[in-house]
Design a binder for this molecule. Sequence first.
Ligand code: HEM
Length: 441
Amino acid sequence: MTNAESTNPESTTPEPATPEPATPEPSGVGRRRFFQGAVGGVAVGALAAGGTAWGIGTRPTVTTATADDHDVVDLTARHPFYDQAHPPGVQTAPQRHAIVMTFDMLKGTTAADLKLLLARWTAAIAQLTQGKPIGQIQPAHPEALGQDTGEAAGLDPASLTITVGLGPGIFDGRFGLQDKRPALLKPLPALPSDSLSPSLTGGDLSLQVCADDPQVCYHAVRNLARMARDTVQTGWTVIGFGRASAGAGQQTPRNLLGFKDGTRNIKEPADFDEHVWLSDADWMTGGTYQVVRKIEMDIEIWDADRVSDQEQVFGRTKLEGAPLTGTKELDTPKFAAKDKAGTPVIDPTAHVALAAHENNGGVKILRRSYNYTDGINAYGQLDAGLLFVAYMNDPAHFIRLQTALGANDLLNEYITHVGSAIFAVPPTPKTGHYIGEQLFA
Ligand code: HEM
Protein backbone atom coordinates (compact mmCIF):
# COMPACT_ATOMS: atom_id res chain seq x y z
CA MET A 1 0.00 0.00 0.00
CA THR A 2 1.28 3.43 -0.77
CA ASN A 3 -1.46 5.41 0.88
CA ALA A 4 -2.08 4.91 4.57
CA GLU A 5 -4.76 7.61 4.43
CA SER A 6 -7.13 5.17 2.81
CA THR A 7 -6.87 2.55 5.55
CA ASN A 8 -10.18 1.92 7.26
CA PRO A 9 -10.66 -0.80 9.85
CA GLU A 10 -14.23 -1.30 8.70
CA SER A 11 -13.30 -2.13 5.14
CA THR A 12 -9.61 -2.86 4.77
CA THR A 13 -6.77 -4.02 6.92
CA PRO A 14 -3.31 -2.49 6.90
CA GLU A 15 -1.19 -4.17 4.26
CA PRO A 16 1.60 -6.32 5.65
CA ALA A 17 5.02 -4.77 5.59
CA THR A 18 7.78 -6.61 3.81
CA PRO A 19 9.30 -9.07 6.31
CA GLU A 20 12.37 -7.59 7.90
CA PRO A 21 15.27 -8.97 9.91
CA ALA A 22 14.60 -9.08 13.64
CA THR A 23 17.49 -6.78 14.41
CA PRO A 24 18.68 -3.76 12.46
CA GLU A 25 21.57 -4.67 10.25
CA PRO A 26 24.00 -2.42 8.44
CA SER A 27 23.51 -2.77 4.70
CA GLY A 28 25.37 -1.18 1.81
CA VAL A 29 27.79 0.29 4.26
CA GLY A 30 28.97 3.56 2.76
CA ARG A 31 31.21 5.82 4.76
CA ARG A 32 29.04 8.86 4.24
CA ARG A 33 26.15 7.04 5.87
CA PHE A 34 27.94 6.55 9.12
CA PHE A 35 28.14 9.12 11.86
CA GLN A 36 30.75 8.90 14.51
CA GLY A 37 29.94 9.92 18.04
CA ALA A 38 29.56 13.30 19.54
CA VAL A 39 33.16 14.41 20.00
CA GLY A 40 35.25 15.47 17.03
CA GLY A 41 38.62 13.77 17.29
CA VAL A 42 40.86 16.55 15.96
CA ALA A 43 39.70 19.38 18.20
CA VAL A 44 39.55 17.14 21.23
CA GLY A 45 42.98 15.79 20.52
CA ALA A 46 44.41 19.30 20.46
CA LEU A 47 42.92 20.13 23.86
CA ALA A 48 43.90 16.83 25.41
CA ALA A 49 47.45 17.36 24.22
CA GLY A 50 47.82 20.17 26.76
CA GLY A 51 45.76 23.10 25.55
CA THR A 52 42.75 24.40 27.39
CA ALA A 53 39.79 26.23 26.00
CA TRP A 54 39.86 28.46 29.12
CA GLY A 55 43.23 29.93 28.13
CA ILE A 56 46.47 30.60 29.99
CA GLY A 57 46.33 30.36 33.75
CA THR A 58 43.66 27.69 33.87
CA ARG A 59 45.20 24.45 35.02
CA PRO A 60 44.26 21.49 32.83
CA THR A 61 43.21 18.72 35.18
CA VAL A 62 41.88 15.59 33.53
CA THR A 63 41.80 14.66 29.88
CA THR A 64 38.68 14.31 27.83
CA ALA A 65 36.63 11.38 26.53
CA THR A 66 38.38 8.70 24.52
CA ALA A 67 37.53 7.16 21.19
CA ASP A 68 35.90 4.31 23.15
CA ASP A 69 33.07 6.67 24.03
CA HIS A 70 31.90 6.73 20.41
CA ASP A 71 29.05 4.66 19.01
CA VAL A 72 28.72 4.25 15.25
CA VAL A 73 25.34 4.99 13.70
CA ASP A 74 24.14 3.25 10.53
CA LEU A 75 21.39 5.31 8.92
CA THR A 76 20.34 2.42 6.67
CA ALA A 77 19.26 0.28 9.65
CA ARG A 78 15.54 -0.27 10.09
CA HIS A 79 13.36 -2.04 12.61
CA PRO A 80 10.55 -4.45 11.74
CA PHE A 81 7.11 -3.37 12.90
CA TYR A 82 4.46 -6.11 12.72
CA ASP A 83 4.58 -9.45 14.55
CA GLN A 84 7.05 -8.43 17.25
CA ALA A 85 6.83 -9.74 20.80
CA HIS A 86 6.77 -6.20 22.21
CA PRO A 87 6.09 -2.63 21.09
CA PRO A 88 8.99 -0.80 19.39
CA GLY A 89 11.02 2.01 20.92
CA VAL A 90 11.27 0.45 24.38
CA GLN A 91 13.86 -2.34 24.37
CA THR A 92 15.20 -0.89 21.09
CA ALA A 93 18.69 0.54 21.58
CA PRO A 94 18.04 4.29 21.94
CA GLN A 95 18.46 6.25 18.72
CA ARG A 96 20.03 9.72 18.67
CA HIS A 97 16.84 11.82 18.35
CA ALA A 98 13.33 11.69 19.77
CA ILE A 99 10.09 13.60 19.71
CA VAL A 100 7.30 12.99 22.17
CA MET A 101 3.95 14.52 21.20
CA THR A 102 0.64 14.17 23.02
CA PHE A 103 -2.86 14.49 21.58
CA ASP A 104 -6.36 14.95 22.96
CA MET A 105 -9.43 13.51 21.25
CA LEU A 106 -11.65 16.29 19.94
CA LYS A 107 -14.96 16.91 21.67
CA GLY A 108 -17.70 14.79 20.15
CA THR A 109 -15.41 12.15 18.66
CA THR A 110 -16.55 8.55 19.03
CA ALA A 111 -15.07 5.07 19.48
CA ALA A 112 -15.32 4.67 15.69
CA ASP A 113 -13.14 7.76 15.22
CA LEU A 114 -10.56 6.41 17.68
CA LYS A 115 -10.59 3.02 15.96
CA LEU A 116 -10.10 4.58 12.54
CA LEU A 117 -7.26 6.77 13.81
CA LEU A 118 -5.41 3.82 15.37
CA ALA A 119 -5.79 1.79 12.18
CA ARG A 120 -4.56 4.64 9.99
CA TRP A 121 -1.64 5.36 12.32
CA THR A 122 -0.73 1.68 12.29
CA ALA A 123 -0.62 1.50 8.50
CA ALA A 124 1.38 4.72 8.32
CA ILE A 125 3.84 3.59 11.01
CA ALA A 126 4.44 0.35 9.10
CA GLN A 127 5.37 2.40 6.04
CA LEU A 128 7.45 5.04 7.79
CA THR A 129 9.57 2.62 9.80
CA GLN A 130 10.59 0.88 6.56
CA GLY A 131 11.73 4.22 5.09
CA LYS A 132 8.69 4.59 2.83
CA PRO A 133 6.32 7.56 2.41
CA ILE A 134 2.77 7.21 3.70
CA GLY A 135 1.35 8.02 0.28
CA GLN A 136 1.96 10.06 -2.84
CA ILE A 137 4.36 12.95 -2.52
CA GLN A 138 3.80 14.08 -6.11
CA PRO A 139 0.12 13.58 -6.94
CA ALA A 140 -0.80 12.93 -10.56
CA HIS A 141 -3.45 15.64 -10.53
CA PRO A 142 -1.98 19.15 -10.27
CA GLU A 143 -4.81 20.31 -7.99
CA ALA A 144 -4.38 17.43 -5.51
CA LEU A 145 -2.73 17.63 -2.12
CA GLY A 146 0.29 15.46 -1.45
CA GLN A 147 -0.50 12.55 0.85
CA ASP A 148 3.04 12.53 2.28
CA THR A 149 4.69 15.89 2.97
CA GLY A 150 7.92 14.76 1.31
CA GLU A 151 10.78 15.96 3.47
CA ALA A 152 12.02 12.43 4.16
CA ALA A 153 12.23 11.50 0.46
CA GLY A 154 15.72 10.17 -0.20
CA LEU A 155 16.53 9.76 3.49
CA ASP A 156 17.32 6.37 5.01
CA PRO A 157 15.04 4.82 7.70
CA ALA A 158 17.59 5.75 10.40
CA SER A 159 16.27 3.08 12.81
CA LEU A 160 12.94 4.90 13.13
CA THR A 161 10.57 3.56 15.78
CA ILE A 162 7.16 4.92 16.70
CA THR A 163 5.59 4.01 20.02
CA VAL A 164 1.89 4.73 20.54
CA GLY A 165 0.51 5.34 24.03
CA LEU A 166 -3.08 5.44 25.32
CA GLY A 167 -3.76 7.86 28.19
CA PRO A 168 -6.19 7.30 31.08
CA GLY A 169 -8.72 9.60 29.37
CA ILE A 170 -9.32 7.05 26.61
CA PHE A 171 -11.01 4.85 29.23
CA ASP A 172 -13.01 7.55 31.03
CA GLY A 173 -16.36 6.72 29.46
CA ARG A 174 -16.32 8.97 26.37
CA PHE A 175 -15.71 5.95 24.14
CA GLY A 176 -17.44 3.21 26.10
CA LEU A 177 -14.09 1.56 26.83
CA GLN A 178 -14.21 1.59 30.64
CA ASP A 179 -14.11 -2.21 30.74
CA LYS A 180 -10.91 -2.28 28.72
CA ARG A 181 -8.91 0.06 30.98
CA PRO A 182 -5.44 -1.41 31.55
CA ALA A 183 -5.49 -2.53 35.17
CA LEU A 184 -2.85 -0.09 36.49
CA LEU A 185 -3.54 2.91 34.25
CA LYS A 186 -4.67 6.00 36.11
CA PRO A 187 -3.38 9.60 36.26
CA LEU A 188 -0.20 9.99 38.29
CA PRO A 189 -0.77 11.43 41.77
CA ALA A 190 0.78 14.75 42.83
CA LEU A 191 4.42 14.02 43.69
CA PRO A 192 6.90 15.91 45.87
CA SER A 193 8.57 18.88 44.13
CA ASP A 194 6.09 18.78 41.24
CA SER A 195 5.85 22.14 39.54
CA LEU A 196 3.74 21.01 36.64
CA SER A 197 2.36 23.34 34.03
CA PRO A 198 -1.19 22.36 32.95
CA SER A 199 -0.17 22.95 29.33
CA LEU A 200 2.53 20.28 29.68
CA THR A 201 0.43 17.68 31.48
CA GLY A 202 -1.59 14.64 30.47
CA GLY A 203 -2.93 13.58 27.08
CA ASP A 204 -5.31 11.01 25.56
CA LEU A 205 -2.67 9.67 23.15
CA SER A 206 1.10 9.87 22.84
CA LEU A 207 3.61 9.29 20.10
CA GLN A 208 7.23 8.64 20.98
CA VAL A 209 9.13 8.92 17.69
CA CYS A 210 12.85 8.04 17.73
CA ALA A 211 15.40 7.92 14.89
CA ASP A 212 19.06 8.55 14.23
CA ASP A 213 18.17 11.36 11.82
CA PRO A 214 16.22 14.34 13.23
CA GLN A 215 14.48 15.01 9.91
CA VAL A 216 13.23 11.42 9.71
CA CYS A 217 11.88 11.88 13.23
CA TYR A 218 10.12 15.13 12.46
CA HIS A 219 8.70 13.90 9.18
CA ALA A 220 7.09 10.96 10.98
CA VAL A 221 5.50 12.96 13.78
CA ARG A 222 4.37 15.67 11.37
CA ASN A 223 2.64 13.25 9.04
CA LEU A 224 1.00 11.31 11.87
CA ALA A 225 -0.29 14.57 13.36
CA ARG A 226 -1.48 15.71 9.93
CA MET A 227 -3.50 12.59 9.23
CA ALA A 228 -5.11 12.82 12.70
CA ARG A 229 -6.21 16.42 12.55
CA ASP A 230 -9.94 15.67 12.17
CA THR A 231 -9.89 13.51 15.30
CA VAL A 232 -7.42 15.04 17.76
CA GLN A 233 -5.86 18.30 18.78
CA THR A 234 -2.19 18.41 19.62
CA GLY A 235 -1.33 18.64 23.33
CA TRP A 236 2.32 19.22 24.22
CA THR A 237 5.58 18.18 22.69
CA VAL A 238 9.28 17.92 23.52
CA ILE A 239 11.99 17.53 20.92
CA GLY A 240 14.89 15.52 22.30
CA PHE A 241 18.42 14.89 21.13
CA GLY A 242 21.57 13.12 22.27
CA ARG A 243 20.06 10.10 23.95
CA ALA A 244 20.51 10.28 27.72
CA SER A 245 20.20 6.54 28.26
CA ALA A 246 22.16 3.52 27.14
CA GLY A 247 20.87 0.33 25.61
CA ALA A 248 22.62 -3.01 25.62
CA GLY A 249 25.93 -2.75 23.75
CA GLN A 250 25.89 1.06 23.64
CA GLN A 251 28.38 3.39 25.25
CA THR A 252 26.83 5.36 28.10
CA PRO A 253 25.87 8.83 26.83
CA ARG A 254 25.74 12.03 28.87
CA ASN A 255 22.92 14.30 29.97
CA LEU A 256 23.20 18.11 29.82
CA LEU A 257 24.64 18.20 33.34
CA GLY A 258 27.68 16.49 31.80
CA PHE A 259 27.30 13.15 33.64
CA LYS A 260 27.02 9.71 32.13
CA ASP A 261 23.35 8.71 32.21
CA GLY A 262 22.11 5.16 31.88
CA THR A 263 24.97 3.28 33.53
CA ARG A 264 22.74 1.22 35.83
CA ASN A 265 19.77 0.96 33.50
CA ILE A 266 17.77 -2.13 32.55
CA LYS A 267 19.68 -3.90 29.78
CA GLU A 268 19.31 -7.65 30.22
CA PRO A 269 16.30 -9.38 28.56
CA ALA A 270 15.44 -11.09 31.85
CA ASP A 271 15.22 -7.69 33.54
CA PHE A 272 12.87 -6.48 30.80
CA ASP A 273 10.64 -9.47 31.46
CA GLU A 274 10.68 -8.88 35.19
CA HIS A 275 10.37 -5.09 35.30
CA VAL A 276 9.08 -3.73 31.98
CA TRP A 277 6.79 -6.10 30.05
CA LEU A 278 3.27 -6.95 31.14
CA SER A 279 2.39 -10.60 31.49
CA ASP A 280 -1.06 -12.03 32.28
CA ALA A 281 -2.52 -8.61 31.59
CA ASP A 282 -5.43 -9.52 29.29
CA TRP A 283 -5.24 -7.56 26.00
CA MET A 284 -2.24 -5.57 27.29
CA THR A 285 -0.04 -8.68 27.64
CA GLY A 286 3.31 -7.92 26.02
CA GLY A 287 2.81 -4.15 26.42
CA THR A 288 4.01 -1.78 29.12
CA TYR A 289 3.39 1.56 30.86
CA GLN A 290 5.13 4.77 29.81
CA VAL A 291 5.80 7.78 32.05
CA VAL A 292 6.95 11.03 30.42
CA ARG A 293 8.30 13.97 32.43
CA LYS A 294 9.66 17.24 31.09
CA ILE A 295 12.37 18.19 33.59
CA GLU A 296 13.92 21.64 33.34
CA MET A 297 17.55 22.00 34.38
CA ASP A 298 19.07 25.22 35.72
CA ILE A 299 22.15 24.58 33.68
CA GLU A 300 23.67 28.01 34.24
CA ILE A 301 23.50 27.55 38.03
CA TRP A 302 24.85 24.01 37.66
CA ASP A 303 27.75 25.28 35.57
CA ALA A 304 28.70 27.65 38.40
CA ASP A 305 29.01 24.74 40.84
CA ARG A 306 32.30 22.98 41.67
CA VAL A 307 32.72 19.62 39.97
CA SER A 308 33.37 17.98 43.35
CA ASP A 309 30.00 19.25 44.54
CA GLN A 310 28.32 18.05 41.35
CA GLU A 311 29.79 14.61 42.04
CA GLN A 312 28.29 14.62 45.54
CA VAL A 313 24.88 15.42 44.03
CA PHE A 314 24.93 12.31 41.85
CA GLY A 315 27.18 10.09 44.01
CA ARG A 316 29.34 9.46 40.93
CA THR A 317 32.46 10.97 39.37
CA LYS A 318 31.97 13.24 36.40
CA LEU A 319 34.29 12.00 33.68
CA GLU A 320 34.48 8.26 34.39
CA GLY A 321 31.02 8.01 35.90
CA ALA A 322 32.27 5.73 38.68
CA PRO A 323 30.38 5.51 41.97
CA LEU A 324 32.21 7.55 44.64
CA THR A 325 32.96 4.23 46.35
CA GLY A 326 34.75 2.87 43.25
CA THR A 327 37.01 3.81 40.36
CA LYS A 328 35.34 2.41 37.24
CA GLU A 329 31.96 3.24 35.72
CA LEU A 330 30.60 -0.27 36.13
CA ASP A 331 31.75 -0.73 39.75
CA THR A 332 28.79 -1.50 42.00
CA PRO A 333 28.06 1.40 44.39
CA LYS A 334 28.55 0.62 48.08
CA PHE A 335 25.88 2.67 49.75
CA ALA A 336 26.89 1.67 53.28
CA ALA A 337 30.58 2.64 52.87
CA LYS A 338 31.88 5.38 55.19
CA ASP A 339 35.08 7.42 55.20
CA LYS A 340 37.51 7.59 58.16
CA ALA A 341 35.39 10.28 59.81
CA GLY A 342 32.37 7.97 59.63
CA THR A 343 30.61 10.01 56.92
CA PRO A 344 28.88 8.06 54.13
CA VAL A 345 31.01 8.23 50.95
CA ILE A 346 27.85 8.42 48.85
CA ASP A 347 25.50 10.89 50.51
CA PRO A 348 22.22 9.10 51.38
CA THR A 349 20.41 11.93 49.57
CA ALA A 350 22.58 11.70 46.45
CA HIS A 351 20.55 10.95 43.31
CA VAL A 352 21.79 7.39 42.84
CA ALA A 353 21.42 6.53 46.54
CA LEU A 354 17.75 7.49 46.50
CA ALA A 355 17.03 5.85 43.12
CA ALA A 356 18.98 2.58 43.42
CA HIS A 357 17.02 -0.67 43.49
CA GLU A 358 19.01 -1.76 46.56
CA ASN A 359 17.34 1.07 48.49
CA ASN A 360 13.87 0.68 46.95
CA GLY A 361 12.77 -2.87 47.60
CA GLY A 362 14.26 -4.11 44.29
CA VAL A 363 12.20 -1.73 42.12
CA LYS A 364 13.70 -1.03 38.67
CA ILE A 365 12.39 1.02 35.75
CA LEU A 366 13.74 1.38 32.21
CA ARG A 367 14.94 4.95 31.60
CA ARG A 368 14.89 5.94 27.92
CA SER A 369 15.42 9.68 28.18
CA TYR A 370 16.75 12.40 25.87
CA ASN A 371 18.25 15.84 26.31
CA TYR A 372 16.20 18.79 25.09
CA THR A 373 16.60 22.51 24.66
CA ASP A 374 13.95 25.18 24.18
CA GLY A 375 16.56 27.84 23.35
CA ILE A 376 16.58 30.79 25.76
CA ASN A 377 14.06 31.42 28.53
CA ALA A 378 12.25 34.64 29.50
CA TYR A 379 15.23 35.63 31.69
CA GLY A 380 17.76 35.27 28.87
CA GLN A 381 19.15 32.03 30.32
CA LEU A 382 19.83 28.83 28.43
CA ASP A 383 16.63 26.79 28.60
CA ALA A 384 17.32 23.05 28.60
CA GLY A 385 16.64 19.84 30.44
CA LEU A 386 15.76 16.19 30.29
CA LEU A 387 12.92 14.60 28.35
CA PHE A 388 12.57 11.81 30.90
CA VAL A 389 10.82 8.76 29.46
CA ALA A 390 10.51 5.59 31.52
CA TYR A 391 8.87 2.21 30.99
CA MET A 392 7.71 -0.19 33.69
CA ASN A 393 5.15 -2.93 34.28
CA ASP A 394 3.72 -1.09 37.28
CA PRO A 395 3.47 2.73 37.47
CA ALA A 396 3.76 2.40 41.28
CA HIS A 397 7.47 1.75 40.67
CA PHE A 398 7.98 5.19 39.12
CA ILE A 399 5.81 6.73 41.85
CA ARG A 400 7.94 5.11 44.54
CA LEU A 401 11.20 6.40 43.05
CA GLN A 402 9.95 9.90 42.34
CA THR A 403 8.41 10.17 45.81
CA ALA A 404 11.87 9.53 47.29
CA LEU A 405 13.71 11.70 44.76
CA GLY A 406 11.21 14.56 44.80
CA ALA A 407 11.41 14.80 48.60
CA ASN A 408 15.14 14.56 49.20
CA ASP A 409 17.31 14.41 46.06
CA LEU A 410 20.33 16.75 46.16
CA LEU A 411 19.65 17.21 42.44
CA ASN A 412 16.39 19.05 43.19
CA GLU A 413 18.34 22.30 43.66
CA TYR A 414 19.04 22.22 39.91
CA ILE A 415 15.94 20.69 38.31
CA THR A 416 12.18 21.29 38.09
CA HIS A 417 9.58 18.79 36.88
CA VAL A 418 7.33 20.94 34.65
CA GLY A 419 5.59 18.35 32.45
CA SER A 420 4.08 14.92 33.15
CA ALA A 421 1.91 12.23 31.61
CA ILE A 422 1.30 8.50 31.79
CA PHE A 423 0.23 6.14 29.00
CA ALA A 424 -0.38 2.46 28.43
CA VAL A 425 1.61 1.12 25.46
CA PRO A 426 -0.30 -1.74 23.79
CA PRO A 427 1.45 -4.74 22.29
CA THR A 428 2.46 -4.63 18.63
CA PRO A 429 -0.17 -5.89 16.16
CA LYS A 430 0.21 -8.96 14.03
CA THR A 431 0.33 -8.52 10.27
CA GLY A 432 -3.05 -7.39 8.99
CA HIS A 433 -4.14 -5.95 12.35
CA TYR A 434 -3.76 -2.58 14.04
CA ILE A 435 -2.63 -1.11 17.36
CA GLY A 436 -5.27 -1.39 20.07
CA GLU A 437 -7.62 -3.49 17.91
CA GLN A 438 -8.51 -5.61 20.96
CA LEU A 439 -10.24 -2.53 22.45
CA PHE A 440 -13.00 -2.77 19.90
CA ALA A 441 -13.52 -6.54 19.87
C1 HEM B 1 16.92 15.83 35.20
C2 HEM B 1 16.66 14.74 35.92
C3 HEM B 1 17.59 13.60 36.07
C4 HEM B 1 18.92 13.51 35.82
C5 HEM B 1 19.84 14.58 35.28
C6 HEM B 1 19.34 12.17 36.14
C7 HEM B 1 20.63 11.69 36.02
C8 HEM B 1 21.07 10.46 36.47
C9 HEM B 1 22.44 10.02 36.48
C10 HEM B 1 23.63 10.84 36.00
C11 HEM B 1 22.47 8.78 36.99
C12 HEM B 1 23.72 7.90 37.26
C13 HEM B 1 24.08 7.02 36.12
C14 HEM B 1 23.14 5.87 35.88
O1 HEM B 1 23.21 4.84 36.58
O2 HEM B 1 22.33 5.98 34.98
C15 HEM B 1 21.12 8.42 37.31
C16 HEM B 1 20.72 7.22 37.83
C17 HEM B 1 19.42 6.87 38.05
N1 HEM B 1 18.31 7.68 37.94
FE1 HEM B 1 18.29 9.59 37.32
N2 HEM B 1 18.25 11.48 36.59
C18 HEM B 1 17.17 12.31 36.55
C19 HEM B 1 15.87 11.99 36.91
C20 HEM B 1 15.45 10.77 37.35
C21 HEM B 1 14.10 10.41 37.66
C22 HEM B 1 12.90 11.35 37.57
C23 HEM B 1 14.11 9.11 38.04
C24 HEM B 1 12.97 8.22 38.49
C25 HEM B 1 11.88 8.65 39.11
C26 HEM B 1 15.48 8.64 37.97
C27 HEM B 1 15.90 7.37 38.25
C28 HEM B 1 17.20 6.95 38.23
C29 HEM B 1 17.60 5.59 38.55
C30 HEM B 1 16.68 4.43 38.90
C31 HEM B 1 19.00 5.55 38.46
C32 HEM B 1 19.91 4.35 38.73
C33 HEM B 1 20.38 4.39 40.15
C34 HEM B 1 21.28 3.22 40.48
O3 HEM B 1 20.80 2.08 40.42
O4 HEM B 1 22.45 3.45 40.78
N3 HEM B 1 16.27 9.67 37.56
N4 HEM B 1 20.28 9.46 36.97
